[in-house]
Design a protein around this ligand. Structure first.
Ligand SMILES: *[C@@H]1O[C@H](CO)[C@@H](O)[C@H](O)[C@H]1NC(C)=O
Length: 303
């Protein structure tokens, strides 16, 4: 490895670009999927009937205009770009930290898992306030209470103190630790197992990145879906003074759900999630690697 190291600023920027690209690609797919799921078995007169994803794509673009595929994308981009930027910049920074700490020169399989897990924990601190704001803005009961994201942050901090933004931190930490340990750990493992590709063979290198990122995203989602279910339960448990909430800590919560509802309950909503986050992980890695290579070619100075 003779790659020139690039600084945190570049990693953060490349991560943000990767995050935005992933949403630009996956968001329309989500719209197509929803449309197809919502239509009945038989065509309705006067309404477009879609025979498949591609057909749906063509008909929406032709009859409703391409912008329809991106309606409502503003909020997801504002929420997701900083998270993805943190994910990749934190992974690279913690990797360097651990390599120095343990005095090893190259990344190893156990280090890749540890680095990913720590990056996930870092990401969780960025994610929690965003999640809280999202849930409050989406909640029907608080409609009209807040004018937007900033207003919601200000009002919450004023009324409940800054720590209120960190409600649900513990379960969020586990959710992101598990996903990122799976993601970055798998990417390392899959790349080690695949035949080495020369960087100059752009097509093959991209394919390797997409495949390892998709496998990483899939494994990460398999690992963290139970925590996602627990997290929703915890954040949805009303805090009543003097009584113990049913769901409080993440791991015991996992046990409660399994005991009362069975193992399957831990994987509620798994399929749509993995269909989004699996290939999404592939797109993220392809774009991140591409942008970082581009920065290097531009002869960027460390920032
Ligand atoms: C994560 O960080 C490690 C250590 O710095 C690095 O070797 C690896 O390439 C990074 N992974 C990705 C997907 O960027």
């Amino acid at each position: 490895m003779t790659e020139k190291p690039l600084g945190f600023g570049y990693q953060f920027a490349a991560g943000a670009i990767a995050g935005v690209s992933e949403i630009l690609i996956m968001y329309p797919l989500d719209v197509l999927k929803t449309r197809i799921q919502l239509q009945g078995k038989a065509p309705v007169p006067g309404q477009d009937y879609y025979t498949g994803m591609l057909d749906c794509f063509k008909k929406i673009v032709k009859n409703e205009g391409p912008s329809r595929l991106y309606r409502g994308i503003g909020a997801p981009i504002m929420m997701e770009a900083p998270k993805r930027a943190t994910k990749f910049a934190a992974n690279d920074s913690w990797g360097l930290f651990y390599r120095n700490l343990f005095g090893v020169e190259k990344q190893t399989q156990p280090l890749a898992v540890l680095t990913g897990a720590t990056a996930g924990a870092t990401e969780a601190f960025v994610v929690v306030p965003f999640e809280l704001v999202k849930i409050r803005l989406q909640d029907r009961a608080s409609a009209g209470k807040y004018t937007g994201i900033a207003d919601c942050v200000v009002k919450t901090v004023k009324a409940e103190g800054p720590l209120a933004l960190y409600n649900g931190l513990e379960s969020t930490l586990w959710r992101h630790i598990l996903w990122n340990a799976g993601y970055f750990g798998c990417i390392f493992q899959v790349k080690a197992l695949m035949p080495k590709v020369d960087k100059s063979d752009k097509g093959k290198a991209m394919f390797t990145d997409f495949a390892s990122g998709t496998i990483g995203g899939t494994v990460g989602t398999i690992l963290n879906t139970p925590m996602d279910v627990v997290k929703s339960r915890i954040q949805n448990s009303p805090k009543i003074a003097g009584s113990k909430p049913k769901y409080n800590w993440a791991w015991p919560g996992l046990g409660t759900i399994m005991k009362e509802e069975g193992f399957g309950a831990l994987y509620k909503g798994f399929l749509p999630k993995v269909l989004r986050l699996g290939p999404g992980g592939g797109v993220l890695l392809v774009v991140y690697t591409g942008v970082m290579d581009w920065f290097r070619q531009m002869g960027s100075q460390p920032i």
